[in-house]
Write a protein that binds this ligand. Sequence first.
Ligand SMILES: Cc1ncc(COP(=O)(O)O)c(C=O)c1O
Length: 379
Amino acid sequence: MNTFTPADFDFTFLEEGFCARDMVEQRINELSMSDDRDAFYVADLGDVLKKHLRWVRAMPRVTPFYAVKCNDSRAVVMTLASLGTGFDCASKTEIQLVQSLGVDPSRIIYANPCKQMSQIKYASAHGVQMMTFDSEVELVKVARCHENSKPAGCSWSAHGSLGLDIIGVSFHVGSGCTDPETYTQAISDARCVFDMGLGYNMTLLDIGGGFPGSDDTKLKFEEITAVINPALDKYFPADSGVRVIAEPGRYYVCSAYTLAVNIIAKKVVMKEQSASDDEDDGANDRTLIAVHPAPTCSWVNGCSSTTWGPTLSPASSTFNGFQKPDIHYVMSRSNAFQQISAQGLPAPVEEACPSGMPSCCGRESSLELPAKPCPARVL
Ligand SMILES: Cc1ncc(COP(=O)(O)O)c(C=O)c1O
């Protein structure tokens, strides 16, 4: 777990009863008075906090390793580092980001089954030992480039001669999973791999990502965990000595971000008219709308709509000179926030660590959160 000083974090604490959505509305009103109507985000770190509490409550046996590829914002990574999560890094850049925040390499899994040799060497030189693989070729590559790696994968032949320590099984059901039984099947398959043994003492199960990031999805988070928990109890009971981790990405950040975009042109497409017709019957409309949680929306002013950014998505990169929208970080106060302020985080199964938040963060110094040092988690 990492602690940060107020200077490390740059966000605004929201007053009691004031939520991120109010902040969006306020900013839209301000911008509406000026010519500067660029798109912007409001990111609520309090929502990330709430998600973490929800995770710990719903799956106390499963340690989250946040999938940095999903959103590599420093503020998000810092918040999660202070909450004690691990990190799933898919590249050297992500490892650099996470380690620049003081996260111990034991809290990082290099979860990319096709790694660049130079990046494996980088991970090796910086103490990152856990990594995934899904082919013999990848295993041989890791053996050549890494001093002391601990791979977890889903297909291999016995490779004792490579001098690698194969520590477990990793799977990812895919993002936007709509059938929770997919997890059950994968967990049961993982059990079969453990039972095959292959001469390794395997102690790690990584159940990947795929958890919904907001509550407007068909399948709710708790519907998934209600299936995962009994499957874990059946195939990997608590006394099996197997540590269970996951790689949630969207789960932590989707609902925390709201993007407000300026509609600068619009094209009305009649139902019977093909979207590819190129007639320009659009009219300029300078309306800022808030889009939540994804940068598309199906209804605007009662009409079925799709929102496109300068380069396909409003969240697009600096391609063709379009800047990424500004992000305003806020910390809303919720029951979760009050609970952590008062009692600290619920203790995870692996370790009893009473503090979950930075001792003082943000611009308000009156917030006093417990700041007891916590030993690095052992992977
Ligand atoms: C290996 C792996 N783990 C985790 C994730 C995160 O997925 P999600 O954002 O659906 O949780 C991904 C996403 O592509 C992935 O490929």
